[in-house]
Design a protein around this ligand. Structure first.
Ligand SMILES: Nc1ncnc2c1ncn2[C@@H]1O[C@H](COP(=O)(O)OP(=O)(O)OP(=O)(O)O)[C@@H](O)[C@H]1O
Ligand SMILES: [Mg+2]
Length: 588
């Protein structure tokens, strides 16, 4: 049965059309992918389905009933749960509590029944605890029940969020970028977990993510949004080779951005990649005394009583590009934070341009020409894009034209009067990057630049690092897209368990993959799939008759229904008619 049917959905924010004429079908048991460039309207669609915003046009029908007048909590009770692009766990509660609170809400447990100790309440409590245990087990979170959610690494928190959504006994789960911030190994594990979760808990899923290795692996069917409209739809293989999708979203394929491949895929793109403006060269001075620009030795740092990094020793020369790679939790982010003064170093030495900067405030370090993104991104939600960028340039004391940033991110120019807090996830990341472009530091430390960004933009940003390099700006890069990082870097440090396990030239690491631990990279490159551009006959806008579709879909599994829909579309006939014809054929 068509579980979720969206028809002609339209959403406007003032003059901005965020969604227009969007129709989408999700069948029971399906994992449906929703991909598209930053700001295409994916999160907005989620917000319409979960009831956070009311569309100005169109309808959403869930299990045969309209959601039009249903408040978000009613939608939750009817079986729609979601996760958020920016993690929204209750950080000061334990993992177990994070799961149990929504269960209490849905199970309508109340203080009165609790106070009276009604048997129903005992029963509900036992059932809830049991369900929580089952969820934690399936999500491979067994040992984490009593840990505070806020203390866990991002990769684990993402899974707890999925667990919390499952706690509500949903029929449909909306997942907004569950792989954001996960390393390759974690993403691979998540892919198989999602399928297990679907089968074990009988939930359908609508999945948004920019990590194509996840989307292509787990989704049964994919819709592609662009500028608020459905650009294409189809099975993963078809979507991946759709010329329109490549031009608008995937771009010229960087292997890992599309899928792990051994050989670089051959792709014809519609457009030449955009030329990036060169950062200005003035203001950059070579490091004094021929010393490295940044010299870190024996650095240790952590949070609370926990020591996260120890004995970290690294250098970055003037104009050098250095990558830090390694699994999540290996200490890369903590290292950057200790260098830029966001957290206090416990021991060791950090010298920037020959000056000891340990103990200096982050602001002072930034003024010396060492920029760090994101510093928790540090954006003020109610400030406009333009004011945010202006602030960045003012703080450097230099007068820089905002145009330089707008050339790199034309999207931000269109959005320049919008409050940063209402930007899409990727657009916010662009603001953070744009600030760095404008500030023109001598050393730029970037933590997970590609997180939340569409593949085309990620590629442009890597090109930009090349330009930085040519201009003499040094870059220290923490990145999960290892291939792309090694392609622009001169050298790399491999982090393991809070310290540096190897140091090598990028060339060497590219050649000798054994230096990078296998668990971290995930299983790469099993099948070398070459991406070809094929003419695609999808999207003729034909809509099958809803009533007939309902009859058909009630009786057949999702897989068969998709096949039917596809054939009907190819033949330009209503799916109902085709189904009836096939039924007649198989009838005795
Ligand atoms: N409250 C709002 N006011 C004004 N514009 C908004 C508001 N919310 C979203 N937008 C705009 O609507 C567009 C769609 O945003 P949305 O968050 O749905 O994008 P997305 O596809 O999820 O992108 P991303 O991949 O970057 O997360 C964006 O251009 C965004 O700036
Ligand atoms: Mg989004």
């Amino acid at each position: 049965m068509t579980m979720l049917r969206v028809r002609d959905l339209g959403v406007r924010f003032g003059g901005l059309v965020a969604l227009s004429g969007v129709s989408l079908d999700l069948n029971r048991g399906e994992i449906l992918g929703l991909i598209g460039p930053n700001g295409a309207g994916k999160t907005t669609l989620f917000n319409c389905v979960s009831g956070l915003i009311q569309p100005s046009e169109g309808s959403i029908v869930f299990e045969g009933r309209s959601l039009r007048f249903a408040a978000p909590d009613e939608r939750a009770r009817r079986g729609i749960a979601r996760t958020f692009q920016n993690l929204q766990l209750w950080e000061s509660m334990t993992v177990q509590e994070n799961l149990q609170v929504p269960m209490d809400a849905v199970g309508k447990r109340n203080t009165l029944s609790d106070a009276l100790g009604l048997p129903l309440s005992h029963y509900a409590e036992r059932a809830a605890a049991e369900r929580a245990r089952a969820i934690l087990h399936v999500l491979e979170l067994d040992g984490y029940g009593s840990r505070l959610a806020g203390d866990l690494p991002a990769g684990i928190q993402r899974r707890v969020e999925i667990g919390r959504a499952l706690a509500m006994r949903p029929k449909l789960v909306l997942l907004d970028e569950p792989a954001a911030g996960l390393d390759a190994g974690e993403t691979e594990r998540l892919a198989s977990l999602l399928r297990t979760v679907r089968d074990r808990f009988h939930v359908s899923m609508l999945l948004v993510d920019h990590d194509m290795s996840l989307v292509m692996k787990v989704c049964d069917y994919i819709y592609v949004l662009d500028f608020g409209k459905v650009l294409a739809r189809g099975r993963p293989g078809d979507v991946r080779s759709d010329r329109k999708v490549i031009a608008a979203y995937l771009g010229e394929a960087t292997p890992e951005l599309v899928e792990s491949t051994e050989e670089p895929p051959v792709v014809v793109t519609a457009e030449e990649p955009k030329r990036l403006p060169a950062p200005r060269a003035n203001g950059h001075r070579p490091a004094t005394n021929g010393n490295p620009l940044l010299e870190v030795s024996g650095l240790a740092a952590g949070y609370g009583h926990l020591e996260v990094i120890r004995d970290v020793t690294l250098t970055v020369g003037a104009g050098e590009v250095v990558a830090c790679i390694g699994a999540n939790g290996a200490g890369k982010t903590t290292t950057l934070r200790a260098i830029s003064g966001v957290i206090r170093a416990r021991s060791g030495r950090v010298a920037f341009d020959g000056n000891n900067i340990i103990g200096s405030s982050p602001e002072r370090i930034a003024r010396m020409g060492l920029a760090h993104i994101p510093e928790g991104r540090g954006l003020f939600p109610s400030m406009s894009v333009e004011d945010t960028l202006r602030l960045a340039t003012d703080s450097t004391g230099a007068k820089v034209k905002l145009e330089a940033a707008y050339e790199v991110f034309p999207r931000l120019k269109q959005r320049r009067h919008q409050a940063v807090g209402t930007l899409s996830g990727g657009e916010q990341q662009m603001v953070a990057m744009a600030r760095a472009v404008l500030a023109q530091p001598r050393l730029l430390m970037i933590d997970e630049m590609s997180q939340g960004l569409a593949p085309t933009i990620v590629r442009q940003l890597f090109q930009m690092i090349d330009v930085f390099k040519q201009q003499g700006t040094a870059v220290l890069l923490v990145e999960q897209f290892v291939e792309s990082a090694l392609a622009v870097a001169d050298r790399a440090y491999v982090f393991e368990h809070g310290t540096i396990a190897h140091e090598a030239s990028a060339d060497e690491l590219r050649r000798d993959r054994n230096l990078i631990s296998g668990s971290y990279l995930g299983s790469t490159a099993g099948e070398a799939s070459t991406i070809q551009v094929a003419a695609n006959g999808n999207g003729n806008g034909h809509k099958p008759h809803p009533e007939l579709m309902e009859i058909v879909s009630m009786r057949v599994p999702a897989e068969v229904k998709r096949a039917l829909e596809e054939r009907a579309e190819r033949e330009g006939r209503p799916v109902g008619a085709l189904a009836l014809e096939l039924l007649a054929e198989v009838k005795p």
